[in-house]
Ligand binder design. Structure first.
Ligand code: SAM
Length: 290
């Protein structure tokens, strides 16, 4: 069965009386070479477990199942569960879970997989919830080997921007704190049914085994990053004033200058290391004052 064939997908949907559900971001891939490329490039070790988010009718899931030791596929749409039983029935190494990935306890779900070896994530993500899913994966603290996801190209531009350069956002700094993101390739809208309104990109994040950035207080580091971009048109001392009410604008300016920046610098000019240094200085001052 060619699960990338438009006709087959539509027949399957009709056979199980299903419609494409826009609210779940259901745009299914119809180009087998794109699916194969994603499966080939998402993981370096055939002994790995792959967590797939949103298997749809199972096209990518099948390609993952033939390449890797185990696949755990989480699908929110209960209508697709019988379809997946039908399309993936021959694979004893695939487990399908009918759940909203945002509600899942990933640590509990993946504990046996981490005990056995490496775990990577691979998904053609529903676009309505890309950033929350990525943040959940990263903030879980679970030692994923890599995360490979198809997302909107516009979001990929931001995620893969060079920290301190054009297109940077809070998510760029956060992502680069956890690992190294890069774009693998672009995928046009004609490779999906129904076609999305935008171009897509596949990105891969290789997570650091040992993080190079070690802020004194992680919560203050993230507050600094998010605060800097929340009011991105403002200069850094002004933007951070809103995030750190306990410090005056003069104190924040002093901190920023002591870290080697001009007082009118903006958040998008800073690298992860710059944020780490400013956050550490904020931590020292606020601790000394409390
Ligand atoms: N993997 C398939 C493919 O590439 O053709 C389908 C990808 S489609 C873009 C996104 C899939 O994610 C859909 O199957 C959708 O039902 C599922 N999904 C949407 N929100 C989800 C959530 N919160 N948790 C788990 N699955 C979700």
């Amino acid at each position: 069965m060619n699960l990338c064939d438009q006709k087959t997908i539509k027949q399957l949907m009709a056979m199980f009386s299903l419609n494409f559900r826009k609210e779940f971001g259901q745009n299914f891939l119809t180009n087998v070479s794109v699916v194969e490329d994603i499966a080939d490039n998402c993981c370096d070790d055939s002994e790995s477990t792959v967590l797939e988010i949103g298997p749809g009718v199972g096209s990518l899931t099948r390609e993952l199942a033939v390449r890797y030791k185990r696949v755990i596929a989480v699908e929110i749409d209960n209508g697709l569960i019988p379809v997946l039983k039908y399309t993936l029935g021959e694979f004893s190494n695939v487990t399908v879970i009918n759940e909203d990935v945002m509600k899942l306890d990933l640590e509990e779900l993946l504990a046996p997989a981490f005990a056995r070896g490496k775990v990577s994530v691979c998904a053609n993500l529903p676009y309505y919830i890309t950033t929350p899913i990525l943040m959940k994966l990263l903030e879980s603290g679970l030692p994923f080997d890599s995360i490979t996801v198809m997302i909107q190209s516009e979001v990929a531009d931001r995620l893969c921007a060079v920290p301190g350069g054009k297109n940077c956002g809070a998510i760029t700094a956060v992502l680069n704190y956890y690992g190294e993101p890069r774009r693998l390739f672009r995928v046009g809208a004609h490779n999906f049914v129904p076609p999305p309104k935008v171009e897509s990109s596949v990105i891969r994040i290789d997570l650091y085994k040992e993080r190079p950035y070690r802020p004194l207080d992680e919560a203050i580091f993230f507050r600094t990053v998010k605060g800097a971009f929340e009011q991105r048109r403002k200069t850094l001392p002004n933007a951070l004033s809103a995030a750190f009410g306990e410090l005056s604008k003069e104190e924040l300016t002093e901190i920023i200058v002591s870290c080697g920046h001009s007082p009118d610098v903006r958040g998008e000019r800073l690298t992860v290391e710059d944020f780490r240094a400013i956050a550490d200085e904020i931590y020292r001052r606020t601790r000394a004052e409390s």
